[in-house]
Design a protein around this ligand. Structure first.
Ligand SMILES: C[S@@+](CC[C@H](N)C(=O)[O-])C[C@H]1O[C@@H](n2cnc3c(N)ncnc32)[C@H](O)[C@@H]1O
Length: 243
């Protein structure tokens, strides 16, 4: 999150904005995006696409797969994933994002391959053991109850199902990708904390890494000047399995 905030919000926030305004802007731009600017940004979040490509590499989706996305934003990852022919279900706490994601993926919705629900990630309204994959990208840092969300994802995964999460490290704080004071509203996890969180929630075979995404960023059309922020220290990749 945040590249847009650096352009749109940071100058305003720097001018000694009261914390209520910072929180409001954080919600509007990232935590619960709403309004025309966010609707446009999240329908094609260019700076998130390297993460989407990374997740796709891990999943290698097939038409028979059933995928859950938690915090789908404007549905751009779903759009890429659905090209595999898979079926997908998604949730988001922002009504504006549910509406954008549904219209971005109108065809898959009509074909009955996609359902998007407005709800909080701590109560996912899908049955037990429904999915073989679950993904969450750019969402973890906003969650006030991460274990509740991980447990809900675990419940809805089939045995052997895989969870893939991408997130940002504290090293990204203060860069254009996570400008202050919005970065203040994000939670940062060390790799071992993230691993513990997933294990505590009941996942096994948990790994956390910091992959170098430079090439994925280049392929996503990120300008050369911004590529260093996709180097190995800034992005976290969690992969965990349900036993
Ligand atoms: C920074 S956006 C990322 C959106 C999308 N995953 C992407 O990468 O473009 C964070 C998204 O997570 C959603 N979100 C944050 N906390 C949530 C929660 N507790 N329950 C459901 N959705 C949540 C927000 O509404 C927002 O759409």
């Amino acid at each position: 999150m945040g590249w847009y905030s650096s352009e749109l919000a940071a100058p305003l926030l720097k001018s000694a904005a009261p914390s209520g305004l910072s929180a409001w802007l954080t919600d509007r731009l990232a935590r619960k995006p709403s309004g025309k600017t966010s609707q446009e940004l999240y329908s094609d979040p260019v700076h998130h696409r390297p993460n989407f490509k990374l997740i796709q590499q891990v999943l290698n989706l097939k038409p028979e797969d059933k995928l859950l996305e938690v915090g789908c934003g404007g549905g751009a990852f779903l759009e890429e994933a659905l090209r595999s022919g898979c079926s997908a279900w998604a949730i988001d706490q922002s009504r504006d994002m549910v509406s954008v994601a549904t219209s971005v993926n109108a065809r898959a919705t009509e074909e009955g391959r996609l359902k998007i629900v407005h709800c909080d990630a701590s109560h996912i309204p899908f049955p037990d053991a429904m999915f073989n994959y679950a993904v969450m990208s750019g969402v973890l840092q906003f969650l006030s109850e991460p274990v509740a969300t991980f447990r809900e994802i675990l419940r809805t995964l089939k045995p052997g199902g895989l969870l893939v999460v991408t997130s940002s490290t504290k090293e990204l704080r203060g860069t254009p990708a996570a400008p202050e004071p919005i970065a203040n509203y994000l939670r940062y996890y060390e790799d071992n904390e993230l691993e513990s969180l997933a294990k505590l929630s009941g996942f096994s075979e948990v790994t956390v890494s910091r992959p170098d995404m430079t090439e994925l960023a280049r392929k996503s059309g990120i300008p050369d000047s911004e590529l260093p922020l996709y180097g190995g220290n800034y992005g976290q990749l969690l992969i965990a399995r349900k036993k």
